[in-house]
Design a protein around this ligand. Structure first.
Ligand code: ADP
Length: 293
């Protein structure tokens, strides 16, 4: 108990909590001072390819010569470690106690999956612990100078994506990943409404698993119903950055720990993803000059 009797919601405690939050904001702002464009990858639900998009966006930007960081705060499904072949990598700290990200092909990576002892164990953390870890990664990881920090956020519109979006100073914005069905679009609509309510900018929508290009005849087959992303793009006035087809090679590269942007550049998937990368680079080039201080 503090020096006064209190159940935690008196003016004194509210003021102390406010001060603590301000101090954290300040630490995050200071730590991310070298990050030019923070991009949060969001989705309405799991399994739509959010981590695949985050990992390959980071890899493609690094291949294009950009300085890139990738922060995976998808607490309950930290798949970035597997997707970038980082299983077994160990975290190091600087002398002043800051955490050093791990290198994956020129991308500086930090993931909840690197911070736990057993990557296969279920992560059973209550809300405050999850939020504390996200804030720690934003305030204590030594990101240095980055052109892009890509953040793989947990799916949905709960506390964790809220913490990520509210903690990032001066972000470039969100990329919202969906699949083409109208049902999936309903979930994504909530992610876009979430950005709207937070006044968090939206870089664009990625429609993943959008059709299947037959490897034999090259014909495109629509596996799911279509039009979900286009309808959302119109409603929220956000561009569709790209439509990534289903391709078993995408899944295989994720399982092998090698981003597909390193091996599938000339394929329909590689070309579609290149549109996403150009959309992000265009948004970064067109944003107003950065606020200093
Ligand atoms: P999320 O982060 O939304 O939960 P993931 O990125 O982990 O989703 O993707 C879920 C699974 O789908 C992974 O096995 C991934 O390799 C696979 N996948 C994602 N996009 C595609 C695609 N376009 N074609 C084939 N498989 C894909």
């Amino acid at each position: 108990m503090s020096e006064h009797e209190c159940n935690g919601d008196c003016g004194h405690c509210a003021h102390a909590a406010e001060e603590q939050a301000d101090a954290m904001d300040c630490r995050v702002r200071h730590n991310l001072a070298g990050v030019r464009n923070a991009v949060v990858v969001l989705s309405g639900k799991g399994g739509v390819g959010k981590s695949t998009v985050a990992a390959n966006l980071a890899a493609a930007l690094a291949l294009a010569g950009r300085k890139v960081g990738l922060l995976d705060v998808d607490v309950h499904g930290p798949s970035i470690v597997e997707m970038l072949g980082l299983r077994g990598a160990t975290l190091m700290a600087t002398e002043d106690g800051r955490i050093l990200p791990v290198d994956a092909g020129g991308v500086k990576v930090m993931s909840v999956g690197l911070a736990v002892e057993d990557p296969d164990a279920a992560i059973i953390w209550r809300g405050p612990m999850k939020l504390g870890v996200i804030q720690q990664f934003l305030s204590q990881v030594d990101w240095g100078e980055l052109d892009y920090l890509i953040v793989d956020a947990p799916p949905g519109t709960g506390d964790e994506p809220l913490t990520v979006c509210q903690s990032l100073p001066d972000p470039l914005g969100a990329i919202v990943v969906t699949t083409p069905q109208k049902v999936a679009a309903a979930d994504v609509s909530r992610s876009l409404a979430f950005c709207d309510q937070l006044a968090f900018p939206v870089v664009g929508i990625v429609e993943n698993m959008s059709g299947f290009v037959c490897p034999h005849c090259g014909e495109r087959v629509e596996v799911f119903s279509t039009g979900g992303a286009a309808a959302l793009a119109e409603k929220y006035d956000a561009p569709v950055l790209g439509r990534i087809p289903l391709d078993p090679a995408v899944c295989a590269s994720g399982d092998a720990g090698v981003p597909f942007m390193r091996s599938l550049a000339g394929t329909p998937v590689g070309k579609a993803f290149a549109d996403v990368v150009s959309g992000v680079e265009k948004a970064a080039a067109e944003r107003p000059p950065r606020r200093e201080g």
